[in-house]
Structures are given as structure tokens and as C-alpha cells.
Design a protein. Structure first.
Ligand code: FE2
Length: 250
């Protein structure tokens, strides 16, 4: 296939995606699935000291590196955010340099590449950027506890109780084989707990993410070594940002 034909094919795909996005925007309010800091476009504010190397930028961490300690140490946050998350951003910039993708919102890059084996590297990096931004927003210092009433009512309806939801999140975290993510999602009117392997994200599954828990080893190994269940339980009980979940529910 010629380069010209490949370009025309990509341009057609992007034009179709963009047209769909614009149409959806005209017909309905903006989707609430994306956290405020998850969209990494040219307008995102890079972290101080992080050189801008492309149109996609690392969203600011919503708190200090030390804010999640002692549940998640500043050392883990430092490596996780400044090295891993930044690394995914750098990869997206490298793989989109000089292509039409560089001008697209991150969510469009993810949805465009998700089913294309030839674009697996870009999908993985782009989805990891989005998933990590969502993860940081899913946590907060002094989190956990009782969700806001509007969310608690939905959790009670879906799981029977908040504690049952907590147990479902913990079970998913321990059941996920290898690297991946645990999610509280809205599936239409129903709330569910799901898990995704590697970089996979509910964004491509027609689901609305509400919260996520990173269960890649880099998220916990410095603090908990092989004890993933201890990491997951501590995060669920002491760091989950239920207010953020409610804000995503819309
Ligand atoms: Fe991670």
C-alpha cells in the first residue's frame, strides 16, 4: 500500500471520528467520563521542570508527591508519576510526531488505535496516559470512608452495600493476573466493577469509568513488594476519592 493511500485512509478515519465527536457534541452535553486533568493536549499545563517535547503533556498531579503517604510513599508516587506516566506521554509524542494523530485529543487517539494491531504501541501508550491521569484523580489524601449520599445510594442499589462494593474492588484487584487495572464503571444505569489487562481501558468498551485502581507492580512494589492485596485494601479504605467518582457519574 502506498504512503499516499495510507495517508488518505488515516485522514478518512480521523475525519469520521472528528465528525462523530462534533455531532455528538451538538446533540448532547459533554461526556463526563474524562477527568479534568486527563485530557493531554497542547493546552495542558506541563509539570514544572518537565520539558515539553510534543503536543501531549503530562497533566499536573492533583496533589504533592508526599500527599498519599503512608499508604503510597512519595518515592512510589515519584517514580510512578514522573517516570512511568511521563514515559507514556513521551512515547505518545514520539509515535505521533509528524502525523495527523498529533493534533487529535488523546481520547480520539485511543479510540482510533484500539482495534488496529499495527497501532498497538501507540494505543498502549495513549491508553496508559489516560488511565494514569484517571488513577491520580481517583485518589486523594484522607480518602475512602463513606461516599457522598448520591453515590452511596447507587452503590447500595448495585452491590447491596458500600462494603460489598469495596469487597468487589478488592477481589478484582487480587484476581487480575499480571498487570492491569480495576475499575468502578457505569454500564448504562448499572454500576459494576470490572478489570482490564495491561493498558486496556473502559473508554473503548462503551463504559463510563468512575474510579480506577492501578494494579501494575510499579504502583505498589516499592511499598508493598508482592502484597498486592494489602496495597489494594489500603488504597480502597484510605485513598479512594468517592467525590471524584460522583463527579464522573454526572
Ligand atoms: Fe501505573
Amino acid at each position: 500500500m502506498s504512503n499516499r493511500r495510507e495517508f488518505l485512509s488515516l485522514a478518512t478515519t480521523l475525519a469520521t471520528t472528528l465528525a462523530g465527536t462534533l455531532t455528538a457534541g451538538l446533540l448532547s452535553p459533554p461526556a463526563q467520563a474524562q477527568p479534568a486533568t486527563a485530557t493531554t493536549t497542547a493546552t495542558a499545563t506541563p509539570v514544572a521542570g518537565t520539558p515539553a517535547v510534543g503536543p501531549f503533556a503530562l497533566p499536573p498531579l492533583p496533589y504533592a508527591d508526599t500527599a498519599l503517604a503512608p499508604v503510597i510513599s512519595a518515592q512510589t508516587v515519584g517514580f510512578h508519576y514522573h517516570k512511568h506516566h511521563q514515559g507514556y506521554v513521551d512515547t505518545v509524542n514520539r509515535l505521533t510526531a509528524g502525523t495527523a494523530m498529533a493534533a487529535q485529543p488523546l481520547e480520539t487517539v485511543i479510540r482510533t488505535t484500539t482495534s488496529d494491531p499495527a497501532q498497538a504501541a501507540l494505543f498502549n501508550a495513549a491508553a496508559q496516559v489516560w488511565n494514569h491521569s484517571f488513577y491520580w484523580n481517583s485518589l486523594r489524601p484522607d480518602g475512602g470512608g463513606t461516599p457522598p449520599l448520591a453515590l452511596k445510594t447507587r452503590l447500595d442499589s448495585a452491590f447491596g452495600s458500600v462494603d460489598a462494593c469495596r469487597k468487589a474492588l478488592l477481589a478484582a484487584a487480587t484476581a487480575q493476573f499480571g498487570s492491569g487495572w480495576v475499575w468502578l464503571v457505569a454500564d448504562g444505569d448499572q454500576l459494576r466493577v470490572i478489570r482490564t489487562p495491561n493498558a486496556e481501558t473502559p473508554l473503548t468498551q462503551g463504559l463510563k469509568p468512575l474510579l480506577t485502581l492501578d494494579v501494575w507492580e510499579h504502583a505498589y512494589y516499592l511499598d508493598y513488594q508482592n502484597r498486592r492485596a494489602d496495597y489494594a485494601a489500603a488504597v480502597i479504605d484510605r485513598l479512594l476519592n468517592w467525590e471524584f467518582a460522583l463527579s464522573q457519574l454526572g
